[in-house]
Design a protein around this ligand. Structure first.
Ligand SMILES: Cc1cc2nc3c(=O)[nH]c(=O)nc-3n(C[C@H](O)[C@H](O)[C@H](O)COP(=O)(O)O)c2cc1C
Length: 374
């Protein structure tokens, strides 16, 4: 037996709700972590996080009539709740996806979601909503500096008085999937690794009322979980491990591309996301390959993502961006879950650095049993 297997895993509560196992399913947008996957993790005692990006497109196609973002987010929460009435269910909003941001938070508050996680950019504002109850907020950070800024903004903006509670800091390291909170040259440097930034942020959390700290990025096995707990984490967040499951909404080509990625080099970090954050992609993704050849006619008909211009200002991505620098992340990710209204748009696959270790399609229960040490 490995020595650290004797460690008792901590009790993690978020938004006042106790998890039976201290694991959150990381949100996977666009459309991968939806009701089916989220409720499956919640049923196994973890906490599931719904991705809300572009849910309006997804539900408008499901129902064959146009719905608003607010309605779509309410529908998805209701679907997850119906599949797992008692489990812990959160939703994720991204600062870089301003188009969905406020309406998604409103829907979460109105539907009494257990918590809202905020990532892909530092929390900038929280809408003024008449809360009949407290809403738990978990903020994704990748440095001690960012954690301090979050704490400062919570104080300065008196968000607690507006009904929001800072319920957790999710510390995401450089091995995560999706957008990364680092510059490309920081990614491999020792001082930016999860094992280093986690204890730094834990100290800040302890000094500020012992806010739970959740470690994310590259966590794959039970031993990894135990290691993070021993470094001070109160729980972990895992996404990639659940991407190739029966319950995941990734399309079959996406799952196959991950299974066929067998070496670390098959998953790379690209600077092609228009919002300016590094973005991890599976190298075989059809849209990424076309991007390398500058083969896609520039077109932006979804407009979810904010784009950073040469002066560092953000605008809506816009129609005329050049293909040499960027790929169209909204269209690529929507295609990868089968919900692009334009079937011509190619798939774009994102995954964490450890995705090359995945060899087959499995189930949430099998993964959770393994992680629980059963
Ligand atoms: C396919 C995929 C999509 C993701 N989409 C989002 C997202 O929409 N919002 C977000 O905050 N994080 C997103 N992430 C990051 C994860 O939620 C998670 O924190 C991170 O990937 C954890 O590392 P792991 O994948 O190695 O477990 C995504 C990750 C993956 C793999």
């Amino acid at each position: 037996m490995k020595t650290h297997e004797k460690i008792t895993l901590p009790q993690l509560s978020i938004g006042g709700k106790k998890l039976l196992f201290p694991l959150l399913l990381g949100p996977m947008g666009v459309g991968v972590s939806l009701a089916k996957l989220v409720s499956a993790v919640a049923r196994e005692g973890g906490g599931g996080i719904l991705s809300v990006v572009a849910l309006k497109e997804i539900w408008s196609q499901k129902l064959s009539y146009r719905v608003t973002t607010y309605e779509a987010v309410c529908f998805e929460i209701a679907s997850a709740r119906a599949l797992c009435p008692k489990g812990v269910i959160g939703l994720n909003v991204m600062v870089a996806v301003q188009k969905d941001y406020e309406d998604s938070i409103r829907a979460g508050v109105d539907m009494k979601i257990d918590f809202i996680s905020i990532g892909a950019g530092l929390i900038g504002n929280l809408p003024i909503i008449d809360h009949p109850h407290k809403t738990a907020i978990a903020v994704i950070v990748s440095s001690a500096k960012a954690a301090n800024i979050v704490l400062y903004r919570f104080e300065k903006n008196k968000w607690r008085d507006l009904g929001y509670d800072l319920a957790a800091l999710i510390v995401e390291g450089p091995k995560a999937g999706g957008h990364l909170g680092f510059s490309i040259d920081q990614l491999d440097k020792p001082e930016f690794q999860l094992e280093i930034i986690l204890p730094e942020i834990k100290k800040i959390a302890l000094d500020n009322g012992n806010i739970p700290v959740i470690a994310a990025g590259g966590i794959y096995t039970r031993d990894d979980i135990i290691k993070m707990i021993s470094l001070g984490a109160d729980g972990v967040q895992m996404a990639t491990r659940f991407l190739v499951t029966e319950e995941s909404d990734a399309n079959s080509a996406y799952k196959l591309a991950i299974i066929n990625a067998t070496k670390p080099e098959d998953i790379i970090v690209s600077s092609g996301s228009p919002c300016g954050l590094p973005f991890r992609v599976v190298i075989s993704s059809p849209m990424y390959q076309t991007h390398l050849r500058a083969g896609r006619v520039p077109r932006c008909d979804k407009g979810y993502l904010l784009r950073k211009d040469a002066d560092g200002n953000f605008t809506i991505c816009g129609a005329k961006h050049d293909n040499e620098k960027f790929f169209c992340i909204c269209n690529g990710l929507l295609s990868s879950v089968g919900y692009n209204s334009n079937p011509q748009e190619e798939d774009l696959y994102t995954a964490g650095a450890n995705a090359y270790r995945i060899t087959e399609i499995t189930t949430v229960k099998k993964i959770m049993d393994e992680l629980k040490g059963k």
